[in-house]
Ligand binder design. Sequence first.
Ligand SMILES: C[S@@+](CC[C@H](N)C(=O)[O-])C[C@H]1O[C@@H](n2cnc3c(N)ncnc32)[C@H](O)[C@@H]1O
Ligand SMILES: [Zn+2]
Length: 394
Amino acid sequence: MSAEPLLFKEGKTLFKIYPPEKKDKGFVPTNLKVFYNPRMVANRDLSIMVCAALRRKLGRSITALEPLSGCGVRGVRLGHELENFFNAIILNDINPVAYSIIKENIEINHLRGVGYAFNEEANFIMNLFAHRAWRLDYIDVDPFGSPIPYASAAIRAAKFNSSILAFTATDMSVLCGVYPTKAFSKYGALTSRTEYSHETALRILLYRLSLTAGAFELTIKPLIAYYMDHYLRVYFSVFKTPPHTINQVGYIYHCTKCLYRSTTLCVENKSLNCPLCGSKLVLSGPMWIDKICDEEFIKNVLSIKSLDYLPSYKQLKNILTTLPIENTMPPFYYDIHVLCDLMQLKVPKIDVLIDKISVNGFKAIRTHFSNKGVKTDAPLDVLKQFLISLSSEL
Ligand SMILES: C[S@@+](CC[C@H](N)C(=O)[O-])C[C@H]1O[C@@H](n2cnc3c(N)ncnc32)[C@H](O)[C@@H]1O
Ligand SMILES: [Zn+2]
């Protein structure tokens, strides 16, 4: 006999989950009778911040759908912690045990009349909202692995021009180049294993979402796209505007010998040899090489001070402050440990390197993708000279 559900708390919300089986050492989310991962709290916290900003922007109540709800923690947290912000929150899961615990969690949080539980297949339930009269303000797709199997239905169920879609991807090994064949069939892009593959992963995901939206003559605008704790998360809106994806999608050429890299739009045609060392370049893409966030939207999200109680507020604030700065830099970061390793140099402190680059008239910043990463507009050969000079002082 497995144990009865027990009460748990996240943020300000109480909800029930099934405890781990006795035979499991610790908390293995996928072994639970109904999925719940406490380590995704920051992911859920940000969905609360985003919905608060969306409610303020729309100036009216929101309709929301979470087609893969697990125990329903995300949906009930939205309803409970953003009281009166929603007309309806639809919580769905294909697992019948999840469905029954979602219903309990709706009751515990007094969300009857706002929270609605369903036990359907995710695409099926999203398709019910594809009609213009039924489209939704917020759809949160948080599956196991890749969200692409749910992308078409989610995009069709979202209101154009005003809604927000949220997608989590946890299939990092596929997107980061460990399984290139799988990646090509799911994302239609060439992946490669580089020291900045978390960023190429994010951009390939954005590209694939833009392609799906394009099939419906829609374009996407990334609002917040980031990497954290081995997953990717993107918030975006879809617009009925003339397609311009051709100028936002491209490839990256990478030199495995000296780490030179260069982006190119799909419409361009660049030479295949490294201009620095002459080696053959490795091609990845297509991928999104435009902005990964909307500065104005992030400003709105951060202006809601009443949410600073959220358990991961500080961590999220850090990311949200870094993303707009990353937008101003060329895509892709350098991992200074990998560079120094390649050049057999001692590794300088990252802030010292950033100062050195800046006083020499180039831009340089840290990146949220990696604490060893630097984004700069300095060319690679110049960056290497800075590293040689700093390293000689160590
Ligand atoms: C990663 S969990 C969801 C976690 C949840 N969003 C949260 O924040 O805690 C994925 C859930 O999707 C459900 N699921 C898997 N395939 C599904 C499908 N095709 N339709 C609906 N639910 C599905 C699983 O039962 C599981 O509960
Ligand atoms: Zn090279």
